[in-house]
Design a protein around this ligand. Sequence first.
Ligand code: PLP
Length: 398
Amino acid sequence: MTNPFSTLTALPPDPLLGLMTAYREDNRAVKFDLGVGVYKSESGHTPVLRAVKKAEAMFLAKQDTKVYEGPRGNAEFCEAIERFVFGQNSLLIAAQRTVSFTAPGGCGALFLGANLMKRMGTKRVWVSDPTWPNHPKLVKALGLDTSSYRYAENGAYAQAAMIEDLSKASPGDGVIIQGPCHNPTGIDVPVEAWKQLGALCKERGLVPLLDIAYHGFAKGLEQDMAGVRAFIDTAGDVLISYSCSKNFGLYRERTGCLLATASNDRTVEATRTHLADIARGAYSMPPAHGAGIVATILNDSGLRAEWEEELNEMRNRMISLRTALSEALVAKTGSNALARLAQQNGMFSQLPLNAQQAAALRADSGVYLPGSGRINIAGLKVGDIPALSTILAGPLSA
Ligand code: PLP
């Protein structure tokens, strides 16, 4: 009898994790980690935010049970994230046309959203080209097909191409659109285009899932939601995944939220019961710790102000690194196209480099970035820019 376990063969290593290991093991004194997918401070560390440390202590001191919170998780957390996304004075919230569930990170929220699409009969989900590789991976793991829509050309948003491609989607198809700070390009959909995309989704009967993983990293908490809200205004029923991994620095706590808007009471109730059922059949109940920390911060004016200050620090650091890198690259390559880096948002941008050039940069100069050319701006230090821009200018001018 064949042992079923022996039918499994080891998968090739994850290229990004392999890159991180290779960086750690590189003994060169001067090396640059542009591959890592987390925010780092100027000292090269990913710190626990000060507001998080304080809120965590308060939350633990108050906690008197570890009993399950129920399928929705932390209600205060869900309500705070609803106010973030829909707005403090949202008519949708007032009309009780919103649904929200605590989820294990942004990925857990995407999992809930994609499963709900499947229950609506969705067979295919559209993702941007390029996108974060976990989008197609998660969709395919549910047995759904993926198609991609063009998203960016020459370092700028390609509105006409995106609309042309999504116009080929069939009714019932899902479409994942990233909120602020698109991963991997840093190129965001402008507010006016969000309106048009919402109208397109409604007109074609598509199921939109907006993925918000970097709220507050582009322009600010309110400004970053302007496009999402404009989309919701025109699209009608929408799914939204929200991650607290980056803006609260809660990565390992797996803290996220799946939100939905619904145009009538019947859909609100159906969405709520299906989401509870999907969670029950997968992980049963969401984790409580990270959501408890976020709720503590957002419901305490002092902690909230401290967190917003830390969020502003992170954003401003990324903006100054972007500006400095962009200016240095423009000066050293003579190419104005690289000025676009400074207009992009968040942690990531994509340099026009191919896999071969990325491999050569790593071997010859200790610059670690994936073959896609994606760089994590937040992995840099101000002092890295002169040497790094000189190295990158070679292949970028080729
Ligand atoms: N969506 C995008 C585009 C991301 O880049 C990430 C994290 O890198 C996530 C969602 C969700 O992350 P997490 O599951 O760690 O909250």
